[in-house]
Structure formats: C-alpha cells, structure tokens
Design a protein around this ligand. Structure first.
Ligand code: GYE
Length: 306
C-alpha cells in the first residue's frame, strides 16, 4: 500500500555545507559552551556556520529558523526552547527540503516525529537523569524526613518535563521524602535564586533542593546562604549539568551531586550529519551517555568544565 508517511529530506554529499544552528538563549554557561562547540567544529567539518540567538524567545527562534531557511542552509541543527512552539520551525524546514537534527532538547513527539519530520534527536535521556539524581538522594540523604523543594526548568521544555517525572516518580517510592513545592526557575541562575528566596519563606523546613540544572542550583545556594542556611550541611542541593561552578560547589561541600548533561554537541553533529549524507540510516534518538559528578570525582573533571 502507498504510505503517506512523511520523510525527512535527504542531504547531498558536498565539500562544504551551509549549516544553521539556532541557539535559544545565551544567558548561561551551558548555552555558551554549546554554541562554542558548534563554532569550534565548523572548520574541521567544512561548515559555513550561521548561528543565531533567540534570546529566550520561542517566537524569535521560529523567526530565526525562517531567516536561515531564506539564506539557503543545507542542514539545520535546532535545540527547541519549548516542545510545542518550535514545531512550526521543524515543519517549515522540512517543507523547504532542509533536513533537521534536534539537538539537546526535543519537540512534542505526538506532533513531530523523528524519521518523518526531522531526522533524529541528539541528546541525553532526561528521565534517566532525574532518576539518577533521585537514586543518589535516596542513598545519601542522612535525615529521617526529606522535605524537598524542586526548581523546574523552562516550562514546556522537554528536559523540564522529563527531569521532573524521572525524579518525582523515583524519589516518591521512598516514603521518607516529600516534595513540598515545585516551581519553575526557567533554567536561569537569577530566577532560581528569586524563586528559592520565596519558597524558603513558605517552607523554612526544607532540607533538600533538587534543581533541574546547575545554574538554578547555584542560585538556590545563594538564596540559602542569604537566609542563613548552610547548603551542604543543613540543606542537600542536587542538580544536573556539570558546569564549572557546580563542580566547584561540590568540591566546596555545598552541593551533593550533579548528573552530567553535556553541551558539547559540535563533534557529534558533524559525525551524524556525515553519516546521513552518506546514506546511512540514523536512529530516531542518538543517545548521549552521561557521567555523574560527586565529591569523589569533581576535582578530576573541573579543568575540562565550562
Ligand atoms: O541542562 C540546561 C540548559 O536542554 C539539556 O538546557 C539542555 C538544558 C541544560 O539551559 O542547563
């Protein structure tokens, strides 16, 4: 039977490629390291790179992709800020015959699908990241009752959704733990600090903070210290990414764990794009394996951190 299933456009084999990288924002070290990784890869991979910065706006990110399509990019690397608002960008690239690879975040899988509307998602398993943080807390928390404040990432983003379910589903299997508040800090240090300040007033008995990324964890540490609390002593702070500041906080005893989420996607993007152009079949999800950083190994990795 004839199939109406969409297919991602092919990629011709060429000497040089015009590559689009549509960054969502540049207000934190993770994003800056990722953009740098694409720039650093450009020469070795024979890319003419067009990199844009949507400054935290999904609408601008859609417009940025429009403009890259108009500039005739051969291939698009897209970290969609939120799961639903970026779907039009994926669909427009496909309609323009431009293969898209989602990097580091995904879109709503009920609407846009790998192997149909875009080629593949290159990135981490966010549910597993949340689960690993929960398992670490279950093993390492020493009190009788864990009162948890959760700082969520950008509302409607795939890592915020999945890091929440991965953590919540697993921590709540142990009845020592209770999540008393869960609120977005938009993956940003400043907002993490502000939200933590507010939540501390409502929940002064909090003794665990789970932040969906290191920037918010650092913001939370600032808020805790400002309130006279002792992160690492009377409050266990845990999160995800592996930034330099987080590894330093672990070394300083202020943070317990960060599960890695690497921003260094340039080399992987080059490799997978080359395979796709060569006609190899690309899995719908090219999964990145993440390490875990604790006081046992943080000092060994801080020099390579960003
Ligand atoms: O953890 C966070 C960033 O999408 C995996 O986005 C990425 C996340 C990363 O802003 O720090």
């Amino acid at each position: 039977t004839m199939s109406a299933m969409a297919e991602p456009p092919p990629l011709a084999q060429k000497e040089r490629y015009k590559v689009g990288f549509s960054q969502m924002e540049s207000n934190n070290p993770w994003r800056i390291a990722e953009t740098k990784s694409f720039h650093d890869t450009a020469e070795a991979c024979n890319w003419d790179l067009i990199a844009t910065d949507a400054a935290g706006s999904a609408a601008k990110q859609v417009a940025d992709v429009d403009s890259m399509i108009a500039q005739g990019i051969d291939v698009l690397f897209l970290p969609p800020r939120e799961e639903k608002p970026l779907i039009p960008a994926v669909m427009k690239a496909q309609a323009a015959g431009i293969p898209t690879f989602l990097v580091d975040r995904s879109v709503d899988p009920n609407v846009a699908k790998a192997g149909e509307h875009y080629v593949s998602f290159l990135g981490s398993d966010f549910i597993d990241q949340g689960k690993r943080v929960a398992e670490w807390v279950i093993e390492n928390f020493e009190g009788d009752k864990g009162i948890i404040v959760e700082l969520e990432g950008t509302t409607g983003s795939s890592p915020a959704n999945d890091r929440k379910s991965g953590f919540d589903d697993n921590i709540l299997k142990d009845d020592r733990f209770e999540i008393v508040a869960s609120q977005t800090g938009d993956f940003a240090r400043d907002m993490g600090r502000q939200v933590m300040e507010t939540l501390l007033q409502a929940h002064p008995d909090v003794n665990i903070v789970y932040a969906h990324n290191d920037e918010m964890a650092i913001g939370a540490i600032q808020a805790l210290e400002l309130a006279g609390r002792k992160p690492g002593e009377d409050v266990l702070v845990v999160s995800i990414d592996g930034t330099r500041d987080a590894l330093q906080a672990i070394i300083d005893g202020k943070m317990g764990v960060t599960v890695e989420s690497s921003p260094f996607f340039g080399p992987l993007a080059c490799e997978i794009m080359g395979k796709y152009a060569a006609g190899e079949s690309i899995p719908p999800w090219v999964k990145v394996e993440d390490r875990i950083f604790t006081k046992e190994n943080a000092a060994d990795h801080i020099d390579e951190a960003y």
